[in-house]
Design a protein around this ligand. Structure first.
Ligand SMILES: Nc1ncnc2c1ncn2[C@@H]1O[C@H](COP(=O)(O)OP(=O)(O)O)[C@@H](O)[C@H]1O
Ligand SMILES: O=C(O)[C@@H](O)C(=O)COP(=O)(O)O
Length: 424
């Protein structure tokens, strides 16, 4: 049977986050890396195509997303989901708004929602304002993000700056009145010429309400939270039991690669450094042409048999700023991503087959370097971060790797220490 739900994620950690949520809600889900060039397995209800489109030039994000949509339509999907970050990571140029509008045009639909809420990870929306924990988005650590600093918590205003269509709001009072009230509000907003509605959500009950109200929308744009509420709409076609496969995982050497500078990762790196060997990647050394990759691998080789090692570029906002001032934002990010990706390849050659990667862009670079074509979703470690098992990687000689792609700001402080115990 054809898959029902076709998802396009703007980064790879976001992709596994969404795929993990769908699996938890009962849909058999597979994550593909980039637009696939091969057919899907039969036993799939939802497909997530993970792109690296969050921070690339707008035109590239739009064309990659449209290519993914074409593939998903050909695969037979009947509803489409554009997944972005629960902290709405974007700039005034995009890419959330332009991609959402391009998908709306391609699907010939005049209305969709935008809802990054993810209450399990403390992302809530009230009166259109996005909160991260107890503070508005612009007061959270996202104000210091190296690539997409977020400086306005008002999502109506933030999205309006990125799109041609009018942006409106379905507020909390309406959501609390249930899915019929939300649907009625959608109709009113459409009548007022609104094309995209930010939707308030404070808890998982709200996500179920919103999911039910979205049953007839061809396109949903959201963080992974809304995935809690969509599968219930498909019970006519699929059995929501028994989706969660626990793929068998690696048993070999272990490593953590961290390129995220988000506050959760800063804490997780600090915690791991107290217990395991660690190697810091310095962007200024990379820029000077020092063979940092070779040094890191020579350092890791004798240590790996004794337990997991950590290789990280994670740095404080002040250190990131200093590197960016010296090298430029893009060059600093790119040098580190390329180095960490090359290190990941080297670690696999050394026998690592259980790998945690922290950071969305970083995960994108690593997964591409390892030529991973797809991921089967395994057990959840923390909300939004499942273990996965790789499909079809030419770099591993066909051997599957267990990988956890950790979103920068997800996970408890002991994430890198406890994650291994979730492997079978
Ligand atoms: N020390 C550093 N200085 C400057 N940029 C850095 C540093 N360490 C990592 N970066 C870059 O910051 C970006 C972090 O993005 P990402 O991997 O998506 O993390 P997150 O998931 O926290 O957003 C990457 O491009 C990475 O290469
Ligand atoms: O929705 C989320 O917060 C995550 O799924 C996600 O996309 C995080 O991105 P990174 O912080 O860049 O890993």
């Amino acid at each position: 049977m054809a898959p029902i739900l076709g998802c396009i994620a703007d980064d790879f950690t976001g992709g596994t986050d969404l795929a993990g949520m769908l699996v938890k809600s009962g849909m058999r889900t597979i994550q593909m890396i980039g637009v696939p060039d091969h057919p899907l397995p039969d036993d799939v209800d939802a497909v997530v195509i993970a792109l690296k489109s969050r921070t690339c030039p707008v035109e590239e994000a739009v064309s990659d997303s449209l290519a993914a949509l074409r593939w998903l339509r050909q695969a037979g999907c009947r509803q489409f989901y554009f997944k972005y970050c629960s902290t709405f990571d974007s700039t005034p140029k995009g890419n959330i708004g332009p991609v959402a509008e391009a998908l709306m045009d391609a699907l010939d639909t005049d209305f969709t929602i935008a809802c990054p809420a993810f209450p399990a990870n403390h992302r809530t929306i009230y009166k259109g304002q996005l909160f991260v924990g107890d503070v508005p988005l612009d007061e959270s650590s996202m104000q210091h993000h190296p690539l997409t600093p977020m400086t306005d918590a008002n999502l109506v205003r933030t999205l309006q700056a990125q799109v041609k269509r009018k942006v409106g709001l379905v507020d909390y009072q309406t959501v609390r009145r249930g899915s019929d009230a939300v649907r009625a509000r959608f109709a009113d907003l459409k009548g007022d010429g609104i094309g995209i509605a930010i939707v308030d959500a404070l808890d998982d009950g709200d996500l179920l309400t919103i999911g039910a109200a979205c049953a007839d929308l061809p396109l949903v744009t959201a963080g992974s939270g809304i995935a809690v509420g969509l599968p219930q709409n498909f019970t006519d076609a699929i059995d929501l039991d028994g989706a969660a496969v626990t793929p068998s995982a690696g048993t070999g050497l272990r490593a953590v690669i961290a390129g995220s500078c988000s506050s959760a990762t800063l804490g997780q790196v600090a915690a791991m450094r107290t217990r395991h060997p660690s190697f810091l990647i310095d962007p200024l050394e990379l820029a000077k042409g020092v063979d940092v990759v070779g040094r890191a691998l020579s350092w890791a080789a004798p240590l790996l048999p004794d337990g997991p090692v950590l290789i990280y570029a994670t740095a404080s906002p002040a250190e990131v700023k200093a590197a960016q001032t010296a090298l430029g934002v893009d060059r600093a990010g790119m040098l580190i991503e390329q180095a960490l990706a090359a290190i990941a390849k080297g670690l696999v050659v050394l026998g690592v087959d259980r790998l945690i990667v922290a950071g969305g862009e970083t995960s994108g670079a690593v997964v591409k370097a390892l030529d991973v074509k797809g991921l089967r979703i395994g057990r959840e470690i923390d909300p939004g971060v499942p273990w996965t098992v790789t499909l079809r990687s030419s770099e591993t000689g066909g051997k599957p790797l267990a990988m956890a792609l950790k979103s920068g700001n997800f996970g408890t402080p002991d994430f890198f220490l406890k994650a291994w115990s979730h492997l079978s």
